[in-house]
Design a binder for this molecule. Structure first.
Ligand code: PSU
Ligand code: MN
Length: 304
């Protein structure tokens, strides 16, 4: 069997979660978003949150060239522990990772592509990628943003990551026709912080209303994702201005060290953990658990 046939064989064996309350979970956050052992603890806690709501957690990644739709706790542990040997895989990296039989942690974009193959409709993450600051000069725009208009897998997040250029990210999403639905808020949550000055156009009060928007978009065959923005719980929310201070510091350091491309986001997240003495890591852990809970509630609604 040549590689083309091998991959086709893999695809045939992917389970279908059609009409099941499955929640896709990504692995970049494990291998490139948090330090060990908190990354593994969080990934397992997030799966637990999904189960508590009656959902089915499906952690997605690539293990030695094999697409894994539903990783075992041991596999999650190995992705967290050996994080430096695991490739960060976005849309453009999928073919390379499979062809070279590498292990890859999938980003939001790549996880959406694989989740779609398993007919999963909902995906929980921390914060999405977006247009980086200075993006008008560097052209650094996360592939996550384009994926929302390509793959019909709805993403629950705590907003775009605060390290980004928020107005440019919002404009980009608007151009691509991606709905941003605030969960019980009318201002954009900013990842580490519960609120911001950016007003949202769409707000929902409960998971059922969100499921209805998804159903309406599906009925129209828009074939694209909605972005559900769920604010970090009040008690873990960090001060926007204080975070801005740390973010600027981290970005300055990234410039000095000439960090580019896919290394920027992991570098900034790690630097901010250091600067906040772990406070941002704690916030990141709590917000993703909170997102998993809402994603599972929406997934359950969608099966009704
Ligand atoms: N959410 C987090 N931490 C992360 C990510 C999301 O709380 O590390 C990851 C996601 O996989 C997302 C990626 O797709 O960061 C964005 O990377 P980039 O900016 O290089 O596209
Ligand atoms: Mn980038």
């Amino acid at each position: 069997m040549d590689l083309f046939q091998q991959i086709q064989e893999q695809l045939k064996n992917i389970p279908s979660f059609e009409n099941k309350p499955a929640v896709a979970l990504e692995t970049t956050i494990i291998s490139h978003g948090m330090p060990y052992p908190q990354n593994v603890e969080t990934a397992l806690a997030v799966e637990h949150e999904v189960r508590l709501q009656g959902g089915i957690p499906v952690t997605i990644g690539i293990l030695n060239g094999k697409i894994k739709i539903g990783m075992t706790p041991d596999e999650i542990e190995s992705f967290g522990k050996n994080q430096h040997q695991i490739m960060k895989v976005s849309r453009r990296d999928l073919g390379y990772c499979l062809a070279n039989k590498l292990s890859g942690a999938t980003t939001v974009a790549a996880t959406m592509i694989l989740a779609k193959l398993a007919n999963i409709k909902i995906f929980a993450t921390g914060g999405i990628g977006g247009v980086h600051r200075n993006g008008n000069k560097t052209f650094d725009i996360s592939a996550d943003l384009d994926e929302f208009s390509k793959s019909n897998v709805n993403v629950v997040c705590a907003g775009p990551k605060a390290i980004l250029d928020i107005p440019l990210t919002l404009e980009y999403l608007e151009t691509k026709g991606v709905p941003i639905i605030g969960y019980q808020v009318d201002r954009l949550p900013l990842f580490y912080s519960r609120t911001s000055k950016f007003k949202l156009q769409q707000t929902c009060q409960n998971p059922e209303q969100i499921a209805n928007i998804i159903k309406a978009n599906d009925a129209l065959k828009l074939n694209q994702a909605s972005l559900i923005v769920n604010p970090i719980p009040e008690k873990y929310s960090l001060d926007v201005d204080l975070m801005e201070h740390y973010i600027s510091k981290a970005i300055k350091q990234a410039e000095e060290e000439n960090i580019l491309g896919k290394d920027i986001t992991p570098f900034l997240l790690a630097k901010i953990v250091e600067l906040t003495k772990g406070e941002s890591l704690n916030a990141n852990i709590e917000l993703i658990k909170n997102n998993a809970k809402l994603a599972a509630q929406i997934a359950v609604e969608l099966t009704k």
